[in-house]
Write a protein that binds this ligand. Structure first.
Ligand code: C2E
Ligand code: MG
Ligand code: MG
Length: 692
């Protein structure tokens, strides 16, 4: 560009010079003056010379003519050169102008191109400017509009930038927030401060660029918030952090949600006590500790056995309150050494650590039970908890969590099965009993499918007419593996394990079917007596089952007798009476079995809608041996008759017993004296024979 400018200067100078040289007025004047001068000189000089040389006018005239021609030739030559020189100058000037024009034109084009380029550059600059402004606006919008706070830390110059949002997180504004590293350190939760600073230090000593951390801060108003801090670092070639920038997200809601979910996963919703899952985790931890320290621990399975009754009678809402009050009592005992949880329903579980002696375990358990035995007051009424506790000790009773838990549960089952209450430590026999019960239950299930059961019938003899008036159906099980199993053995197991309803159903169907057969052969007045367990008696479907079965086999309800026990009635008086009344209304007889065992309450005789009383064999065995027993038997017979209740004596084995009973107006006798329980064929051939 500089060269070009020099050239233009030179061109300008040349043109000026040419302009100087080519002054037309002056040139023209100069030429005319010169011409005039030469002409005058020529004329004067030549005429003078010729006048000297020649006198002849004729010659002079001729020479004058030649002289004129010479003058013309000379001036022509003169003008030729003058004009040539001037035109040469003109040519140079026009060439110079042309060249300059070319040069200028090229320069002009170049300038135009340059202008175009400049214009493009300007447009680009304008665009960049706009983009920058947009980007800045976007950045501002993002910072202010997002839920995250932005921070920027110039580590070298120790400068901090916190976005307004971030300050708002902290409960501050632009004015009152200490815009420094220390300002941020100050609002860190005291419990997290050390951890956070340590993490910073660790990060600075790595070559990582991405930084992430979660911690708590305390706002100006003292509220604790959870922050998720994310950032990126710029490091120099030696790995030193020069600058870091990132965001802070308030994750308090998320953390609280996570904590809630965690709580729900490991705690019981109703009582807020730890649930079975947490209990198992805690038990695993405690066993590991005990293993390391070689000490004992015990688990207590604590069952509120009347919870179901409270729940059923007072409703679920009240049942829930009852459980909550139980949980709050247990919580009173929670400590470093006592962990309490709710497993399910009315069953709670405790882990006792650092207690080595059984006596101490028992003492703590007793303290808890005593507290639980205090009345629970609901709507002005006192309710009492019945509590069973099964204790299993690590390592004495089991080495792993599952077995330890199973053993504590076995104790509870044992207490329940044996109608016991209180505290019991696990022992091996309990498991054996449970296992044998489980095996028996499996066998019972198969027996029902394979029809390994049979119904035997024991005749009931009218003591006046000495003739058969009824039979008692008694189940017999010929187990293919173990042989004959007494109902006294398997019926209680079936009752405990919830299997009795299926058995009773089979008995009802089989007995009614046999009864229908006997009706057909002319023994319709033979009463069919069947034993019904407590579980079946209180089952709401039971009365309808009897009614439907009577209809199915076209029987007369008065030919049917249901034997129930006092304990069956007491277990759930309301439901039992509902069934009994239904059957009574139908016309079915109700016999109270085993009178003389259990409560044998004479008041029950008056209150219960029974038609028959069966005096138990225990009483009969004492006849003739204890005066008192004789008196009780005669009194029971008299009282029953007064209440219009028929009396059946069970277990008549001797003639002496028979005579005593007959003498005291006992209605019916049943026992080995007449016959053992027998199958249908035997009954048909011995008792159900029509006299010719
Ligand atoms: P239970 O209802 O009191 O039946 C009378 C029991 O006394 C029967 O025992 C019978 O064989 C026995 N027995 C009758 N007379 C004499 C006698 O003179 N001497 C002796 N030593 N025993 C006599 P079993 O058949 O072993 O039944 C025992 C119990 O099992 C029954 O007592 C009853 O509670 C229950 N049971 C029997 N069969 C059934 C049934 O089909 N269903 C239900 N739910 N329980 C049944
Ligand atoms: Mg009976
Ligand atoms: Mg009996």
């Amino acid at each position: 560009m500089v060269n070009r400018m020099d050239k233009y200067d030179e061109m300008h100078k040349d043109l000026l010079k040419l302009k100087e040289q080519m002054n037309p007025k002056r040139e023209s004047f100069r030429l005319i003056l010169l011409y005039l001068l030469i002409g005058v000189i020529w004329i004067l000089m030549s005429d003078l010379i010729l006048s000297v040389l020649f006198d002849d006018v004729g010659i002079l005239t001729k020479i004058q003519t030649i002289k004129g021609w010479i003058y013309i030739g000379a001036t022509s030559m003169f003008f030729y050169f003058i004009i040539l020189k001037r035109l040469n100058l003109f040519t140079i000037a026009t060439n110079e102008i042309f060249n300059n024009y070319e040069e200028l034109s090229a320069a002009n084009e170049e300038l135009l191109a340059l202008e175009e380029e400049l214009s493009q550059k300007y447009d680009e600059l304008e665009r960049n400017h706009k983009a920058l402004a947009l980007s800045e606006q976007r950045y501002e919008l993002v910072i202010e509009g997002s839920n995250d706070g932005i921070w920027d830390w110039d580590v070298v110059n120790k400068n901090f930038f916190y976005s307004l949002k971030l300050k708002e997180f902290y409960g501050y504004n632009s004015v009152n927030f200490d815009n420094s590293y220390d300002g941020w350190v100050n609002i860190l939760h005291p419990d997290d401060r050390e951890k956070v600073l340590k993490k910073h230090e660790e990060f600075f000593n790595t070559d990582l660029t991405i930084y992430e951390n979660k911690y708590r801060i305390v706002t100006k108003t003292g509220i604790v918030r959870w922050i998720h801090s994310r950032g990126k670092a710029i490091r120099d070639k030696n790995g030193h952090v020069l600058r870091m920038a990132g965001s802070h997200t308030d994750i308090t809601d998320q953390v609280e949600l996570e904590e809630n979910l965690f709580f729900l996963a490991y705690n019981d919703r109703l009582t807020s006590l730890p649930n079975w899952k947490k209990f198992e985790n805690e038990l695993k931890k405690s066993i590991n500790n005990s293993l390391l320290n070689s000490n004992k621990l015990s688990i207590l399975y604590l069952d509120i056995s009347n919870f179901r009754t409270i729940n059923d009678t007072l409703g679920h809402k009240t049942g829930n309150l009852f459980l909550q009050s139980t949980a709050s009592i247990l919580r009173e005992f929670s400590s470093e050494d006592i962990f309490c949880a709710r497993l399910s329903g009315g069953t709670f579980a405790l882990i006792l650590t650092n207690v080595e002696k059984e006596s101490e375990m028992e003492e703590i358990t007793n303290r808890i039970i005593n507290r639980l035995h205090e009345p629970w007051v609901f709507e002005g009424h006192n309710f009492y908890r019945t509590v069973n506790v099964g204790i299993a000790i690590y390592p004495d009773h089991a080495l792993d969590t599952a077995t330890l838990q199973r053993n504590a549960d076995t104790v509870l089952n044992y207490l329940k099965s044996n109608n016991k209450q209180g505290i019991m430590f696990y022992n091996k026999e309990m498991s054996e009993i449970t296992i044998s019960h489980m095996n028996m239950l499996n066998d019972l299930h198969e027996a029902l499918l394979n029809e390994d059961f049979q119904l035997y019938y024991q005749p009931q003899i009218c003591l006046k007419s000495n003739s058969i008036v009824g039979v008692e159906a008694l189940i017999r099980w010929f187990n293919t593996k173990t042989g004959f199993v007494s109902p006294a053995e398997f019926i209680p197991v079936a009752e405990k394990m919830g299997y009795i309803k299926q058995i009773d159903k089979w008995v009802i169907n089989t007995a009614f079917r046999d009864k229908a057969t006997w009706n057909k052969i002319g023994f319709s007045d033979l009463k069919m007596s069947i034993n019904i367990s407590s579980g079946t008696l209180v089952d709401p479907d039971f009365p309808e089952l009897i009614r439907a079965s009577i209809l199915k086999y076209r029987l007369d309800p008065s030919e049917i007798e249901i034997e129930i026990t006092e304990t069956a009635i007491i277990s759930d008086m309301e439901a039992a009476l509902r069934s009994i009344n239904f059957l009574r209304d139908l016309g079915v007889s109700i016999a109270l079995d085993d009178f003389g065992t259990g409560f044998s309450s004479l008041t029950h005789l008056k209150e219960l809608p029974i038609t028959v009383l069966k005096i138990d064999k225990q009483f009969l065995d004492k006849i003739g041996k204890e005066d008192e027993s004789d008196l009780i038997v005669t009194s029971v017979i008299t009282l029953s008759h007064n209440l219009n209740i028929k009396v059946v004596a069970e277990g008549v084995e001797t003639e002496q017993q028979l005579n005593f009973l007959a003498l005291n107006n006992c209605d019916v006798g049943q026992g080995y004296y007449f016959s053992k329980p027998i199958n249908t064929d035997q009954l048909n051939s011995t008792f159900l024979v029509k006299e010719a």
